[in-house]
Ligand binder design. Sequence first.
Ligand code: NAP
Length: 270
Amino acid sequence: MNIIIRVAVCGAAGRMGREVVRAVAREDGLELVGAVDHHDLGTDAGVVAGIAPLGVVVSNDLKGTLVGTQPDVMVDFTSPAAVAENARTAIRAGVRPVIGTTGMDPKDLAELGRLSAETRVGVVVAPNFAVGAVLMMKFAEMAAKFFPAVEIIELHHDQKLDAPSGTALKTAEKISQTRGGDYRQDAVDAMTALEGVRGGSYNGGIRIHSVRLPGLVAHQEVIFGGLGQTLTLRHDSISRESFMPGVVLAVRRVIGLEEMVVGLENLIFE
Ligand code: NAP
């Protein structure tokens, strides 16, 4: 007998949320049962996502939707300001959150981890659901052992609310851990004529540069420098579909979890 996973999408009228609604609708074994957003209230979530009606209207009442429709999983692609409260609401209703929203306060993330462990309601949090981006981070971790200097350039669409991206921060964290935090920054103290022109500095070491332009989706370069050579790793999400296999995998896997897992890599490289 095929078990159907019941899914609610929070942020269902947003760019990522609409993509998730389409993915859930076409995926065997998943069923959309709830859709929450501030926009398109009362409209069918399928129609909002540009597909056939799914019989689920968009509501702005997350708690009511979760209690009323009893989903197994809530997928959240909302905003840094809303995500932690949404996840707490889901966990308290016994619904497993799969969180793609980036920019969550680290204290909120730690608290969610504790709440998940206490309640044994599984949680997946991933700053990047694209498998290529996860591989880029893995390769960066490998390269970090061999190169004494690195800079990260992340490029995103101009509506993105947080900077740097969650992926850039995670990449810097992994590189820094591999090096034991010894990443040296600039060889010389440059006289900069423009404030911020050298980017932000992660943990006093790795430079991160955030580019925001219309036309972009989500892209990142990790450029390593060493004696007489550079190594550039680049990943491009050229459409939001790139994130959907990762989201669907997380939805299926969170059902068997009783604690919080942070990072898609912890689900795919086991
Ligand atoms: P978006 O187009 O602005 O969509 C977010 C939607 O959520 C908006 O309609 C927003 O309404 C709504 N919303 C905000 N707070 C809410 C709440 N409390 N309850 C219900 N709905 C709420 O943003 P997006 O481009 O889809 O991105 C969403 C998030 O996903 C961002 O944090 C982005 O960085 C992240 N992201 C992650 C990945 C990944 O792989 N993990 C990939 C791409 C994007 P309002 O406009 O009224 O706020």
